[in-house]
Design a protein around this ligand. Sequence first.
Ligand SMILES: C[S@@+](CC[C@H](N)C(=O)[O-])C[C@H]1O[C@@H](n2cnc3c(N)ncnc32)[C@H](O)[C@@H]1O
Length: 194
Amino acid sequence: MAPRRSASDPGYGLARGRIFPVERAGSLLNPLRRIVQPPSRTVGRLGLSGGETVLEIGCGPGYFTGALAAGVGDDGLVVALDLQAGMLQLARARTRSRRVRYVQGDATGLPVGGGSIDVAVVVLMLGEVPERARCVAELARVVRVGGRAIFCESRRDSDFIRLGALVALVEPSGFRLESRRGAAWEYTASFLKG
Ligand SMILES: C[S@@+](CC[C@H](N)C(=O)[O-])C[C@H]1O[C@@H](n2cnc3c(N)ncnc32)[C@H](O)[C@@H]1O
C-alpha cells in the first residue's frame, strides 16, 4: 500500500509508492529505455487504428506521448495528463502537436467527461497512487463502453504491480482482461469496458 500524503509530505521520491519526482525525469528519457521499452512497441500493442481519443494518465516527461499522437492520426486526440506541472512542461517541449492536449490533474479525480475516452493508457503510474481503487473507478467512469484501459508494468519500476493483483483491482469496476502481451516481468495488459 502506498503511503498517504499530507501537506508536509506530498510524497515525492523514488521508493515504492512515492510519486516519481520531476527532478529525475531524465531517467525516464534515458536512451537505453528505447532499447528495452521502445515507445513504438508499447504503442503498437494498443492496436490504435486512428481517430481515437486516448487518455494518457501519468504521462511524465512524455516518453510515449509522441508515439500515441502518431497512433491516433489527424482525426484523433491524446489527452496527456499528469499531477506535476514540471512533467507536463517537459512533455510539451518534446511533443508539440495539435493532436495532444496537456492537462494537469489527479488520476483519482479525472478532469474528463464520463464515457469520453476510447483508450486510457497507464504506464508505470498506478503503483504511485495511494487510492488505487478510486483511480480505477475514475477510469471506469471516463472510458466508454467498449473502450479499453491499458496498463504497462515493469519489474524495473519500484512500484511494479503483478498481473494477478492488477486483475483483482481492475475487473470489479466493470472491465474484463482481454489480453496480456509481453513477459510476466514487463507486460501490457488490456481491459475491455463492458
Ligand atoms: C514513473 S512516472 C512514469 C511516466 C510515464 N508514464 C513513463 O512511463 O515515462 C509516473 C508519473 O505518474 C505521475 N503521477 C503519479 N501519481 C499521479 C496521480 N495521482 N495523478 C496523475 N499523475 C500521477 C507522476 O507525476 C509521474 O510523472
